[in-house]
Design a protein around this ligand. Sequence first.
Ligand code: FA5
Length: 341
Amino acid sequence: MKELDEIKKLFEESLGLVKTMEDLNNLRTNFLGKSGHLTTCMKLIKDMSPEDKKSFGVGVNVLKDEVNKGIAEKQVELENLAIEKELADMPKVDLTTPTGKEKGSLHPVTIIEQRLGNIFRSMGFTIEDGNEVETEYNNFEAVNIPKFHPARDMQDTFYLNNGQVLKTHTSASQNRIMRKYGAPLKAIFPGRCFRNEELDASHENTFFQMEGMMIDKNVSISNLIYFMKTMLSEVFEREVNVRLRPGFFPFVEPGFELDCSCPYCGGKGCRVCKHSGWIELCPCGMIHPNVLKMGGIDPEEYQGFAFGLGLSRLVMMTYGFGDIRHLNGKDLKILEQTKLK
Ligand code: FA5
């Protein structure tokens, strides 16, 4: 029993000196290993008298339990210390602290969309949302483009398995909005459009348009010209002129292409307007009676105009981007250049 007391004392002293996992493994081997102190003690039992065998055997097992417990506790202690050290060595980063370096900014399309929204709101228009996934009916039939009409080829699109389409133009929301508000009506509805398009500097497969509609009694082309001229003068922050050329769209009659006098050279001719003094900006026209009827509005009583502004192209022009693809690209420099001060 004296040996057991000595082993216990030695174990306690050795455990107090353990600083690393390696020390602990050595300690385990020294006391519990094949030639360890406790294993050697067990071997003594066979030469003892039966009484001693019993009490000594119990004593060895109690000590063995204490050694195991001591080693297990030390192991937990060392593991915790290792975690604390690792945490203390980690660089201190507080993710909630503002860096003060780079502030977020609005996308240029959003900036121009908001500016246009403010201008039209001040002229009494409401701003509506449109769907990006539309029924084929709303995208085509409801704007007077029946199945197999050749005009569908001008707006080749992406069809979903359920027969719906990614909307090819913001005109797709006309019917929904007429049915929602009836006449009279003054609304704009900006939105993302999709077309299966050959990409180049001015054509994207994903781009923005902004549609506008005004429906009332006695609405005429003069109203259309007035609103477009006012809106473009505000956007370009200078007086601009507009002119109409005939254009064909099945949902307007008559239909026009609206050109704006070049805001960069004032109509004298420059690189932007290809020296013509005019920039082609926005198809428009008087809403076709069939479209009004499909929207639940009596064309005998009401007339209206509609326009479909190429918002992405207007953004390009406003900021002087030479390629529309920058607007959907991943280069954040574009945001830096258009940041609101
Ligand atoms: C239309 O989409 C008609 N819905 C516009 C309209 C509305 C006419 C209401 C009459 C009354 P168009 O396909 O021309 O028309 O497109 C309108 C504008 O969207 C174009 O002038 C152009 O600025 C822009 N646009 C068209 N396709 C693309 C494209 N692939 N990438 C970028 N902009 C485009």
